[in-house]
Design a protein around this ligand. Sequence first.
Ligand code: ZN
Length: 273
Amino acid sequence: MPEGHTIHRLAQDYTAAFARTAVHVTSPQGKFADSAALLDGTVLTTADAHGKHLFLGFGAATQPPAWVHIHLGLFGKVTFGPAPAPPPTDTVRLRLANDTAYVDLRGPTTCALITPPEKQAIHDRLGPDPLRPDADPAAAHRRISRSRTTIAALLMDQKVIAGVGNVYRAEVLFRHGIDPYRPGKDITPAEWDAIWQDLTALMREGVRNNRIDTVRPEHTPEAMGRPPRVDDHGGEVYVYRRANQPCHLCGSPVRTADLAARNLFWCPTCQRR
Ligand SMILES: [Zn+2]
């Protein structure tokens, strides 16, 4: 499942390739064909992201846009390429094409044409997203401070905070020395502020680089004289998918356990608070 930085990066990439141009919109697979026909030839005006939800706005700039709501789920994939677009395969749910570029969406959980009120309803049920300028971190802390659920599970709950996935939750808790099993109600406002600011900075860097790196400068492979991480996720991390390997700070074996249906990773020595 992609984390929020991937979706914000996609919003930027869709905008860079198609904004302010009339777009040829098709659904070679057919499931989105009726909506694609309505949008075909209109202008992509904007793209927006909230957590793991992507919104593409079409229509005249003076009118409320028609929105395409996309959620990639576990299997959704987006592929950009230069014009001319190759013949599409019948797995492409949504293709956008103009004179310079094309982009194919395959296998999303959601790809639907929605109205502005329907879009607002999606925003309303999501928690604040560290990558959005309108985000209110206090709204997340209000929910966390009332909950006996572990902070590790709360960070994955999109109603509490939107966009954080399995990698960022493990890494931010490590960076702040917080035991992932601590109940939300024991997270102080100061701790939450620090977590939020760190997530904002890490996720912005994730959007820029299109990958997740979470180690501080003194813990890079070069600084520590250690081999770089080998993992198809790329990026340097402290604990994510490093089960039984030594912690970069203390040397203890990194632990793993199942929590909220996903693998959790943490250092039992560095994360005691
Ligand atoms: Zn450690």
